[in-house]
Design a protein. Structure first.
Lengths: 124, 124
């Protein structure tokens, strides 16, 4: 088992999630030891839900799981980078491909792109 | 001023840093309100150093600053994505282009790429 440093954030570390083909950054989530081990053993991107305080296998509800194609860790072993295949084409609960769909332009926020799915249909 | 949500991590939020041309994820750091405002007003990627507990204008010591080309924020305004031009070609203090130079292969860690600079020369 590869040991990561979960100490800096009280048992959590950030995971950056990138599309394995396009390089687009899809989302950022947090992992604890359980989520890290579950990701390694299942090949499905797994995080720790801070709001529900439990293991969160991304897409378990919607079916839009993330198949992990590559895992990188950073220089001081306290951040994970996942390169994933995003089933359903959208990582964001809003239906956007990426959670980072808001671009700062001066003092304005401009929305980039349109939702891939209607969240009301996916999360009934 | 665009308002971000710094509450979830006690005044900090994660910032993902990506090369604006290649899409390579270079590093992850944390911002507080001061770092966010400094980034917006100067165009230089600025973070909050957790170890020194102060504003950290990336590259101020080494000269390897990050010119911010684009700023995205995520769906719930608690994560920033910076697309930057990395002066000097390397974002990592080890001299690697990206901090994510360690790839997980089974139970092994494989180092990807070679350092661009010798950190002993840059940080004297």
């Amino acid at each position: 088992m590869i040991e990561l440093n979960f100490d800096k954030m009280g048992g959590l570390l950030p995971a950056v999630v990138q599309d394995y083909e396009t390089g687009e950054v899809l989302m950022l989530a947090f992992m604890d030891q359980e989520a890290w081990e579950n990701t390694l053993s299942t090949g499905l991107a797994s995080y720790h839900s801070r709001t529900r305080n439990e293991l969160w296998v991304k897409g378990k509800t919607s079916g839009n799981v993330q198949h992990v194609k590559e895992i990188r860790i950073d220089c001081d072993d306290d951040t994970v980078l996942l390169k994933v295949e995003q089933v359903g084409g959208a990582a964001c609960h809003t239906g956007h491909r990426s959670c980072f769909y808001k671009k700062i332009e001066g003092n304005e926020i401009r929305v980039i792109g349109k939702p891939v799915f209607d969240p009301r249909e996916v999360y009934k």
